[in-house]
Design a protein around this ligand. Sequence first.
Ligand SMILES: [Zn+2]
Length: 454
Amino acid sequence: MTAVNGLDPIFQYIDDNAERIVADLQELCRQPSISTTHTGIEEMAAMIRDRVGHAGLEATHNETPGHPIITARLAGAGAKTLLFYNHYDVQPAEPLEEWVSPPFEANIVDGHVIARGSTDNKGNIISRLAAFEAFLAVRGELPCTVKYIIEGEEEIGSPSLESFVVANKDLLAADGCVWEDNTVRERVPNLALGNKGLCYIELRCRTANVDFHSSNAQMYENAAWRITWALASMKDENENVLVEGFYDGIEPLTDKEEDLVQKAATYDGKTRREKFELRRFVLDLPDEDLARRHLTTPSFNIAGFDAGYTGEGVKTIVSGRARAKLDCRLVVGQDPEKIHECIRRHLDRHGFDDIETELLFKSYPAKSDPESAVVQACIESSRRLYGEDPVINPFGNGSTPTYIVIKHLGVPLSSTGVGCITSRTHSANENLKIEHLIEGAKYMAGICEAFGKL
Ligand SMILES: [Zn+2]
């Protein structure tokens, strides 16, 4: 097959095959693959291996202590290797009665595929495969070598991914990585170049083996007060975390990151205030400061608290037990294990050695160089397809585990793909607009092409 210059024939091929691309997505969505209940996982993994193989890549099924991981590879033109990451598992579909069309029928309603997984993450898988297929059909080869890793435990915290990546560094070695997905904001793609870390800690206190009649409250310690006083010692009313060492090691922003934070769209505070009936933002932050605070600072959040009687009406007791859940979103330089140690030390120093702590979940923060080739390739593809630069979040907001690729493989990445703010991922009526799926395939093709040339 003769090589054809330019992406137009590739885009044309994607347009000509749009119906089949949509049918491919519907087929994947009709196979449930709910990781938290282990529903349909083996069937889905087999289907993904077949589908990736059908696209022309050499696909392998890998067993792990958890759900299977599918890897794939295909050599392409040029010396560069681009790694793609996605996941085939989905969130549960409940509440079922809220869906306008059943979550695993993948019907088309008003130009959208309605299904659990349509955006998160099967639409993203299909957009990548459609791009690879177009190159192979039109040119007979990919513009760069492509590797693919598709796991089945992302929605439950990716417990098998890190050990698999560490054990398969050569297999997965690459020059850049296109991660999972991201939302498209008003037709302009978003890129996230890393992730926040997460330190999730449970605090527990027991002051007695029973709850007492509250007429004894003058005598007996109340566990709820113990946890309340402990929490109050950890953060002041100006949002300063008072846990010694919490801020240690946080890396300052580079000039380029500073620039990207400046360019981040100003958050529309008024709309959010109205929509969510917010009384105010913390510290009365003005709109122009919201993005900086959201993107660049760690959080120290009480995710839950329970103690004593919280049902209807009156019940008078002294609570013998209390529990709180703390979650801290961490920025680069912070380490969840060290944060846990800091909190433990803080409690001991402040007279709360009766409060137990347990680190329930941890993940590490990471970020990629905004100047890296994969980011430049995303920018170039966005300019070509949408006529504009993408919106770049240099750090990422969530805790999808990009650190595994950034830290263990030393590969810079950009999280980008199909879906938008109205795709309702994780909620009822998850959907993907067909137009976005087809555009997403072209966007992926543009990234491969630009990356091969950089
Ligand atoms: Zn998800």
